[in-house]
Design a protein around this ligand. Structure first.
Ligand SMILES: Cc1cc2nc3c(=O)[nH]c(=O)nc-3n(C[C@H](O)[C@H](O)[C@H](O)COP(=O)(O)OP(=O)(O)OC[C@H]3O[C@@H](n4cnc5c(N)ncnc54)[C@H](O)[C@@H]3O)c2cc1C
Length: 401
């Protein structure tokens, strides 16, 4: 008997892999009636783009609200069901803004800005999700506000630490491990993973789901999604060094003692810092975005070693624990940004039945992937999105086809 549904998912990032998981775990799914094929253009497997190289914050205070509300609960459920703590480093974490100054820590210290060559500086916009009262508390600015266990940034260099939200409102995952775990769980249920680049939507199917992140307009050119490149590094810390879980959005005044690049006005930099428990104890650091053009495929993304060095040195200038660690990964990836703001774009095109979009997740795609995936799986299996009202994210609000 021919399958009633042939579903093609294009893109093996977090949105595509999690969508494959939700489709294959939907109550009405059976491999006899539904075939699911996930296409990924990279020759290196899933999660080679932003989904493998992001920070991994999962926050109740992220945006857009309608997607965050289901996604946060789904993250918790997935972690409970599949040992997320052991498999993808799921844990609740402290999170706050840290302000202070860096110190010179060796002769050749040239901190730089962290913006990659060939691009203009862009913000990753994660703190746009905060309500202003949580960032501008005068009382916490008066005192330093450093929690007792946040010892891996120097107290003497700290001006202030301001928590962004209660600890049980902020969690984290290791994005690569989460994404590949979703894929493995989907494959166990019969999802086919195919290493191939979709060049046009002409594959026999009843449903095509475009989850190609920043590359989605290469498939559907009218999609209003642009790409911002950002660099990151991971630092392996010695096993005996305790690194308490705090994600920090920093504002660091870099030293200006004549040995550094900033000889005039002090340079202020804003790397984000994410300690992680898995796969080994590591600290992930990412820098600002830039505008370098998106290449044809994820395997051709250019990494500027100087941008990586700069963000490492910025954080090393406030943390002896980072200085004592070993830089393991130097990498870059592209954030998918909806032009004109808003997003992500989630839903079926009115004009082309069966053509579904799950793209443009900006700086919150790791957080919002489970809600997106659940909604898209309902669209395919039930014919409508039931878990939330996602009208604001409907493709018809963003573009015509
Ligand atoms: C530095 C940085 C830090 C971030 N930190 C966080 C964070 O802490 N929390 C958070 O929630 N979000 C964070 N994000 C955002 C998050 O990483 C993205 O929103 C999310 O990864 C997007 O996932 P995606 O699956 O849509 O896209 P991607 O991860 O880009 O995946 C798309 C996939 O589609 C594939 N593809 C493209 N074209 C084709 C084709 N034609 N055929 C087949 N496959 C194709 C690509 O190869 C790629 O694997 C961060 C982003 C950056 C850049």
């Amino acid at each position: 008997m021919a399958s009633q549904r042939q579903v093609i998912v294009i893109g093996g990032g977090i949105v595509g892999c999690t969508t494959a998981y939700y489709l294959s775990h939907h109550p009405s799914y059976s491999p006899e009636t539904t075939t699911i094929t996930l296409l990924e253009a990279s020759v290196n497997g899933a999660a080679q783009g932003a989904s493998g190289k992001a920070g991994g914050l999962v926050a109740k205070w992220a945006y857009p609200r309608e997607l965050v509300d289901i996604s946060f609960e789904e993250h918790k459920r997935l972690a409970e069901m599949h040992d997320g703590a052991g498999k993808w480093g799921w844990r609740f974490t402290g999170c706050g803004t840290w302000e202070g100054r860096g110190e010179v820590f060796n002769e050749s210290d040239e901190p730089g800005t962290g913006v990659g060559k060939g691009g203009e500086r862009r913000s990753l916009e994660k703190t746009l999700g905060l309500d202003s009262s949580s960032t501008s508390s005068k009382s916490t600015r008066r005192a330093k506000g450093l929690p007792d266990d946040l010892t891996w940034v120097k107290e003497s260099l700290t001006s202030s630490y301001t928590p962004m939200a209660p600890t049980n409102d902020t969690a984290q995952v290791h994005p690569y491990l989460f994404t590949t775990s979703m894929l493995e769980l989907a494959k166990e249920k019969g999802v086919q993973f195919v290493a191939a680049k979709a060049t046009a939507i002409d594959i026999p199917s009843t449903h095509v789901i475009v989850t190609a992140g920043a590359w989605s307009p290469y498939i559907l050119p009218s999609l209003p999604i642009s790409a911002t490149r950002a660099h990151s590094v991971t630092v392996i810390t010695p096993p005996d060094v305790e690194i308490a879980p705090y994600v920090l959005f920093t504002e660091i005044i870099m030293p200006t003692d004549g040995r550094t690049r900033s000889k005039g006005r002090p340079e202020v930099v804003s790397p984000e810092i994410y300690p992680r428990p898995l796969p080994t104890k590591e600290i992930y650091i990412c820098g600002p975005g830039d505008s370098l053009k998106l290449p044809e495929t994820v395997d051709e993304v250019a990494v500027d070693p100087e941008a990586c060095e700069a963000i490492y040195k910025q954080v090393a200038s406030i943390s002896p624990e980072v200085r004592g660690g070993t830089v393991e990964k130097r990498q870059a990836c592209y954030l998918p940004v909806v032009r004109g703001g808003g997003g992500p774009i989630v839903g079926e095109l009115k004009s082309v039945k069966g053509l579904i979009i799950g793209a443009g997740h900006t700086c919150w795609g790791i957080c919002n992937a489970p809600g997106t995936a659940r909604a898209l799986s309902e669209l395919v299996m039930d014919g409508e999105i039931k878990c939330a009202d996602l009208k604001r994210l409907d493709p018809s609000r963003y573009f015509k086809l």
